[in-house]
Design a binder for this molecule. Structure first.
Ligand SMILES: C[S@@+](CC[C@H](N)C(=O)[O-])C[C@H]1O[C@@H](n2cnc3c(N)ncnc32)[C@H](O)[C@@H]1O
Length: 251
């Protein structure tokens, strides 16, 4: 008997959402495989080593119409982690066109439903997304609308620079179960530092590309490797490396 596609075995979602995700991942992958994108990444790394510049407004201009979505296998892994720890409050640093957000919202919606069924009490949850490009926010909202009720109601997106928007207390859950750092590398540590006081014990922090972009992540890696900051961490062997850190401060 033919096996169903891996995505449908891993991620619980209607066929409509699976089809949407397949389409969005394919668009993102096509952009990432293009010569111009490869050239962009190479020149960025070179300018870091030669001039010490990590990011520029020209980089922002280049990236404005790019998905740069977290790859499908990493998204599936992230979804499983979120389901495993019953994450109901998740922050996403870097939302772009909202692809990874769809996985996080599926997990949150399903975890909320489970918690309600088990406790018989009202339970809430949300994904707080962040995106500084207004045109990307519009597109992301379109995608979540297409995904429908399994996804859209669980997302609050904060438009603007996350160094400001994540500090807004209103609507921010007191306890965060998971933080995805899928953001330009100089912003990864600032985002973590803002959210850290809200991380619950055992919260998971994921950061993309920490192997391939290791020099650009030196601040973040130094921080999470310093035992006094309370993280246990490993670089999982997904493409480019996906950092998985668990917040376990000493009791
Ligand atoms: C790698 S992409 C996120 C991809 C997304 N997580 C996904 O898998 O679909 C990073 C995003 O962060 C956004 N970004 C960059 N600087 C930002 C800032 N200061 N505040 C909020 N968002 C920012 C970029 O515009 C870009 O869309």
């Amino acid at each position: 008997m033919a096996q169903p596609p891996v995505a449908t075995q891993t991620v619980e979602a209607t066929p409509r959402v699976h089809e949407l995700l397949q389409r969005l991942h394919a668009q993102s992958e096509a952009q990432e495989k293009s010569l111009s994108q490869t050239w962009f990444y190479l020149t960025r790394l070179a300018s870091y080593f030669i001039w010490g510049t990590d990011w520029s407004s020209a980089s922002d201009d280049h990236m404005r119409d790019k998905f740069v979505s977290l790859e499908e296998d990493k998204c599936q892994f992230m979804y499983l982690l979120a389901r495993s720890i019953g994450a109901r409050n998740i922050v996403e640093a870097g939302t772009s066109f909202g692809v990874s957000t769809i996985y996080l919202a599926l997990a949150v919606g399903q975890n909320v439903a489970d918690a309600k069924a088990i406790t018989g009490k009202p339970v809430t949850g949300k994904v707080v997304g962040t995106e500084k490009e207004p045109t990307k926010v519009v597109k992301a909202r379109e995608h979540w609308k297409q995904a429908g009720d399994e996804v859209e109601p669980w997302i609050e997106v904060r438009e603007g620079d996350l160094r400001e928007t994540l500090k807004v207390e209103e609507g921010m859950p007191d306890e965060i179960d998971m933080l995805l750092l899928d953001i330009w590398t100089p912003l990864a540590l600032p985002a973590l530092e803002i959210i850290k006081p809200r991380l619950r014990r055992g919260a998971i922090v994921l950061a993309d590309n920490t192997g391939r972009a290791k020099p650009l992540y030196k601040d973040l890696l130094a921080y999470i490797h310093d035992p006094k900051n309370g993280f246990k961490t490993t670089t999982t062997p997904y493409s480019g490396g996906l950092e998985m850190a668990i917040y376990l401060p000493s009791a």
